[in-house]
Design a protein around this ligand. Sequence first.
Ligand code: FES
Length: 63
Amino acid sequence: MFVCICAAVPDAEVRSCIAGGARTVEEVGDACGAGTGCGSCHGRIDTFLLAAQDPTVGLPRTA
Ligand code: FES
């Protein structure tokens, strides 16, 4: 499932970036390119960042 369509970045790669230390949407973009196109996925990336800190946060559906 893709989180970022523009960069074709799947949810597993976003999680990997966060596990590797990315703490902001910009840092996720630097690590894997997600969010560096149209920007429409920033909210989804932000939710992954929040879910990494709080497991009670529900993850968004991805394309
Ligand atoms: S869908 Fe992620 S930058 Fe466009």
